[in-house]
Design a protein around this ligand. Sequence first.
Ligand code: TXA
Ligand code: MG
Length: 356
Amino acid sequence: MAYIRTEIIEVNAKYPESTVIERTAKLLHDGELVVFPTETVYGLGADAFQPAALERIFAAKGRPLSDPLIVHIADEHELELLTTTIPTVAKRLAHEFWPGPLTLILPRGPRVPHLVTAGLETVAIRMPRHPVALALISALGSPIAAPSANRFMHISPTTAHHVFTDLSGRVPLILDAGPCEIGVESTVLDLCSDEPRILRPGGISLEALHTVLPDVQPPIQRNKVDEVEEILAKKAPGQLLTHYAPTVPLLLFDGTIEEMHTSMLAEIGRRYAKGEHVGVLVAEEDIPTFQDSGALIYSPGSADDLVRVAANLFAGLRTLEEAHVQVILCRNFGVHGLGLAIRDRLLKAAGGKTCQ
Ligand code: TXA
Ligand code: MG
């Protein structure tokens, strides 16, 4: 694609300057793309009702047209523009979790361009809680379709710098409001099947959804790779196991803390002997174990503080990538609360396999 000069503008994360918001909304109105912060990750936005602008999203990311986009709204009334029916359960969930990191899959309204839904009869909708995102959608006066602002197959960006690394020369404007608070993408919840099911675990935990929706189904187990690929390719294109691939291989270790330590140290030893540069992503409390191993260590935080681990996870993977390690060995952080989303991203980066 043709080179576009990329400008980065700082914007106040709590009280976005109206001049910046107006100028950015004008670009969207004119059919351009802009990168804006959300509480989860940075998004690459276009006016959801302009097909020509939507096409640019796919070109800028190098993303296949078969991967549908999330539409971001600032007011529940906008739901009526996007869907045919608003089930009571959707209203309850919206009341409890919006604005916030929950995406609802609802029946597609007739006005929603096919480019948004990848031809599906459903549409993904969320109301983000980042003040910049909300101000931008309101100023545009139209919902904004936005995937994460990374190149296809790369890790989602949680800082403007991450976005610049992936998309400089491909988008005219990046709004920089500092690091994203949550750090993993929204939970995608399917409300169009017989049972409500999480398609992608994310910023709202399964446990939290349970309080409003006792019959919510957890994401499909990712250990049966072929079966999962087949189901997800139909239900949720873009959720394939290799979706969030760092540019270096990642090995995810399971087992007790002691087992993980032992097998990770053995793997580091084998790789070190071959002259490989190894990176490890471990909890703060694991650092002494790996201090003298020769591996480059990144810690996103304590395993007891998953909010912090999630917030730093993607930055950690990018840091290790940029340090040119040849492999990343990663401990697991369990499956409770945000642990499920963290595990999902790591498992995808690991191609769906774990090491014992
Ligand atoms: O936190 C987030 O959700 C971020 C921020 C920018 O809002 N966005 C994001 O978008 O992660 P993206 O495009 O990277 O991931 C959206 C995923 C798609 O890969 C797809 O699996 C799912 O949402 N999705 C979108 N529309 C869908 C639909 N109609 N049915 C099922 N899944 C859908
Ligand atoms: Mg993405």
